[in-house]
Design a protein around this ligand. Structure first.
Ligand SMILES: Cc1cc2nc3c(=O)[nH]c(=O)nc-3n(C[C@H](O)[C@H](O)[C@H](O)COP(=O)(O)OP(=O)(O)OC[C@H]3O[C@@H](n4cnc5c(N)ncnc54)[C@H](O)[C@@H]3O)c2cc1C
Length: 330
């Protein structure tokens, strides 16, 4: 007979492992399915300074601790890429992988997102804040205190992050491929006030794209090209912040839960419920995610707490947030 898990978690990043820790500690039969190896995006960094409780810890070290903790309470982790999830007529959820299928009474989608890449020479080589290429200003800006940096992008996140990084950098050059920014007016005004201020440290390179990131061992300069004149230029810098969007790993979900146009899983952000009863979502793949380690972990915990309520009383699913019992009231 097929084992029925109480909770099946898709993805062993910070959100998935935190959910597993809580589910398994609540004595639920818990399975995590991970297509590569446990850790998610955070294993790509050796310096985390904004995770509460640790002044500085590497991604692999932190993940190893969370994984060990989750497994210690009985979590099973299998290397499987999930291809489809389906709600069965009996109310259970089938999670189908390449060869095997698994049945759960509930599921948590925690499949994360990937930073959109520029695809230019040098980007992959220096992809690590220590070497100079970063995709997260909130995470890495302090590492570039007093240094010259280049940022790329023109949307809301790009401008918010560039303004944040500029508080640390000696000089920030923002490269954008168009003349106008897509970001909201208020952010553009804030940016332009800094650009036009005599003591501001932000410079613009509009109608321009990065063509290469270069250096010996770490970033020393970027090459840019003006898309209108084809003029080329080099900008010396120690860091490159790439803010050109996120791609959620959700293509496999398109026939099940609702996705936004950009591919993020839609949910009620308070309870993390998708449109399918028993299927929750957590972390960077959901609508409105803050794209941070601590918030992904918090989401995983929240989704696990909600799973507990759903498994106890399936009717809870249909209650609006305003009426449903909150965890503290159970
Ligand atoms: C280089 C780098 C440095 C960072 N530094 C910081 C920092 O200092 N501070 C900070 O707060 N944040 C930082 N972040 C962001 C942080 O890593 C993410 O916000 C966090 O990892 C999101 O966790 P998650 O579990 O939601 O998703 P992810 O970490 O993306 O994990 C998702 C997991 O799901 C798996 N998966 C995807 N699809 C499937 C599928 N179909 N089947 C099975 N498994 C699947 C993936 O392989 C992955 O392991 C950094 C990110 C990067 C890339």
């Amino acid at each position: 007979m097929t084992d029925i898990y109480d909770s099946i978690i898709i993805g062993a990043g910070p959100a998935g492992l935190a959910a597993a820790l809580y589910n398994a500690r609540d004595r639920f039969k818990t399975l995590v399915l991970e297509k590569f190896f446990p850790g998610g995006q955070i294993i790509n960094t050796d310096r985390i300074e904004n995770y509460p409780g640790y002044e500085n810890i590497s991604g692999p070290d932190l993940i190893e601790k969370i994984k060990k903790q989750a497994e210690g309470f009985g979590t099973e982790i299998k290397t499987e890429e999930v291809k489809k999830i389906t709600k069965l007529p009996d109310g259970n959820i089938e999670v189908a992988c390449d060869k095997d299928s698994f049945i759960g009474r509930s599921a948590i989608i925690a499949c994360g997102s990937d930073y959109r890449k520029l695809g230019v020479p040098g980007e992959a080589e220096f992809r690590n804040a220590g070497a100079g290429v970063s995709y997260c200003g909130t995470c890495d800006a302090p590492f570039f205190k007093g240094k010259d940096v280049v940022a790329i992008g023109g949307g809301n996140t790009a401008l918010e992050e560039a303004l944040h990084v500029a508080k640390f950098a000696a000089k920030l050059t923002l490269v954008h491929r168009r003349q106008e920014f897509r970001a909201t007016k208020v952010l553009v005004e804030e940016l332009m006030a800094k650009v036009n201020s005599p003591d501001g440290n932000i410079k613009l390179k509009l109608d321009s794209v990065i063509t290469a990131i270069e250096g010996a061992g770490k970033v020393e300069k970027v090459k840019i090209k003006n898309v209108k004149t084809n003029a080329e230029e080099e900008i010396p810098c120690s860091g490159v912040f790439i803010f050109v969007g996120m791609i959620p790993n959700t293509a496999f979900l398109k026939d099940s839960v609702d996705l936004t146009q950009a591919g993020f899983v839609k949910c009620d952000v308070g309870f993390l419920r998708t449109k399918i009863p028993g299927i929750f979502v957590a972390g960077d793949c959901r609508i409105g995610a803050a794209m941070q380690l601590a918030t992904a972990v918090g989401d995983g915990v929240n989704a696990a707490m909600m799973t507990k309520q759903y498994l106890r009383e399936a009717d809870w699913w249909n209650q609006p947030i305003s009426d449903a019992l909150m965890p503290g009231e159970w």
